[in-house]
Design a protein around this ligand. Structure first.
Ligand SMILES: [Mg+2]
Length: 297
């Protein structure tokens, strides 16, 4: 271990690791504001880096000097970014928009399964029910010989006309609209001819949702919302917010981080979270006001 070559390499790699550790943190602060990063930790770290710098200068240790100069710049940058992000949030430049909820259509607000099974049973003479799908799963409920029929049905004209509304979804979205920006997000590209019917259906049953908040898309990864309520968990894979799996027969056996069996449960989750966020925000602004009052006295 006394080989100066090895010692030098170990020291250099160690300096690069401990110094560079702040680079990903800086990217995260730029993106999310660094709310979870403590000011006191940053301040103490900065003092430590400065003391190491003094130490390096006193003992003429170039590796210690350059490593701590770089570390000082990175930690100071983190501190400035965290402070400035907070200012931007206060002036509405970021982080101040209303929270957004993205809501899927089929099996979440529109009951397409009842029509799908009715048409399928009529076409094949089978008797597949939601209960059967819940019990056996969709794959096992549709025999391979009828799978093509099952998959073709949504592509036939009229499939999406006049679908029933999922129980309590209108009332729930009206309530949520007072607290959140609500967007309807349907992966309608899977059935491109459904656009017109889906749009008409929304105008009829959810007229309070502005047309600007209707998003027909392919990959739901592009949706910039805080919550996505969907019956297909695959849409949560790359979604950056929180997915709420809306219960449907085909997902009955899926384990989900957050699951709602109906719209009452969605309201319970989202309104509770909104209240908690409002209380937290109110507490923060009270602390800021008190701090300002103390400073002015
Ligand atoms: Mg769906």
């Amino acid at each position: 271990m006394s080989d100066p070559g090895i010692t030098g390499v170990v020291g250099t790699v160690a300096a690069i690791c401990t110094t560079g550790a702040f680079i990903p943190q800086i990217f995260k602060i730029r993106k999310q504001g660094g709310e979870d990063l403590s000011y006191s930790m940053l301040a103490v770290y900065l003092v430590g880096v400065l003391l190491w710098l003094v130490y390096g200068l006193m003992f003429h240790a170039p590796a210690v000097i350059w490593a701590n100069v770089v570390a000082f710049i990175l930690v100071a940058t983190s501190l400035v970014l965290k402070l400035s992000w907070k200012e931007f949030a206060g002036t509405g430049r970021s982080g101040k928009r209303r929270p957004r909820v993205a809501v899927d259509m089929d099996e979440v607000i529109a009951d397409s399964l009842t029509r799908h099974l009715s048409l399928y049973n009529r076409a094949t003479g089978e008797n597949v029910t939601p209960e059967l799908i819940r019990e056996k799963g969709l794959e096992a409920s549709i025999p391979p010989k009828h799978r093509a029929v099952f998959e073709r049905l949504p592509h036939e004209g009229g499939f999406f006309d006049d679908l029933s509304v999922i129980v309590n979804s209108q009332h729930a979205l009206q309530l949520l609209s007072s607290k959140y920006d609500v967007f309807i997000t349907s992966a309608a590209m899977e059935v491109p001819h459904s656009f017109d019917a889906k749009f008409r259906w929304l105008q009829k049953h959810f007229p309070f949702i502005p047309t600007s908040n209707i998003v027909f898309c392919g990959d739901k990864e592009i949706i910039d919302a805080d919550y996505l309520i969907d019956d297909r968990s695959r849409h949560f894979a790359r979604f950056r917010g929180t997915g709420i799996l809306f219960a449907a027969p085909h997902n009955a056996r899926e384990l989900a981080h957050l699951r709602a069996n109906n719209w009452d449960e969605v309201l319970a989750i989202l309104l509770k979270r909104q209240s908690a966020a409002a209380i937290q925000q109110s507490a923060k602004s009270n602390i800021n006001t008190e701090a300002q009052e103390l400073a002015s006295n």
